[in-house]
Ligand binder design. Sequence first.
Ligand code: NDP
Length: 293
Amino acid sequence: MSDIAVIGLGDMGSALARALLKAGNTVTVWNRTASKAEPLLAEGAVWADSAIEAARSSPVVITCLMDYAENRALFGDGSVLAGKVFAELTTGTPKNARESEQWALGLGARFLDGAIMATPRQVGRPDTLIFFSGSRSTFDDVEPLLKGLAGNLAYMGEPVGSAAAWDLAFLSYAFGGFMGFLHGVRILESEGIPVDSFGHTVADAAPAIAEMVRYEGEVIQEERFENPESSLKVCYLGAGLILNHANEAGIDTQFPLFFHDYLKRGIDAGLGHLELGAMVKVLRESREVVLHG
Ligand code: NDP
């Protein structure tokens, strides 16, 4: 028997298995493409011939692949998971987590959903964050084992969708910021300014940006949009400048056009005099369904 089984040895699954080995655990691994296990076997991991065999080997089973439903299918009828802790660390939605929890509980397994807020390189570091949600007692039972994965294992609550909700909210923030970063690169390039220090400058300014985000979060929670620090109208004018510049400089207009039109919806709704966070009122009213994949 091993302490833990890791199923899925892509970039992230391999990093998880390696961190668990480094923390002194015995680790059984399985991956569809067996060759990806070789470096880990050299570091002391034990190979299993199937996901079912890997699960049989350990009281705690982690999956980190690409799709919750496909992951469940790897366990056949699932009976091998009875009495075990099944921790799903694949990125997913709250609904994915709820479906897997229901499936696992129906098998007599215990279930946790996890969301990794790090790149593979960052796994195992003291400041690395992984969100977990699901049964509190299950989390408490496996936390000592899983702490090799990240210094910060954050329990987000019994509703099992919580970890995925936090993860997607953070990803939305990060991806939105990165879209703006890439457009910023093109602004600098259009003036012949080297961009290699742009990331450093953004990092230096991160506390100020974080303060703005914290303020807007409180404003939205308390519905306190009057007497704005940054009114929607002022931000809309700024977005218009970025759009005008893109046209002047002959660079891609898609991002500034999107953001300008997005804020215009708030202006058209008569929210211009309110705090920027009042845009959430527009978003609460709208719902367009576009499914990915
Ligand atoms: P990779 O593309 O490196 O690995 C994908 C893994 O999924 C491989 O083990 C692959 O097997 C396996 N896989 C895919 N489809 C199937 C299938 N149908 N049956 C069996 N195995 C399958 O991705 P990552 O490791 O980077 O990502 C894994 C998860 O970790 C994702 O949910 C991702 O969002 C999450 N994550 C990743 C981060 C990152 O920075 N990489 C950051 C935070 C979370 P095979 O090797 O045989 O192809």
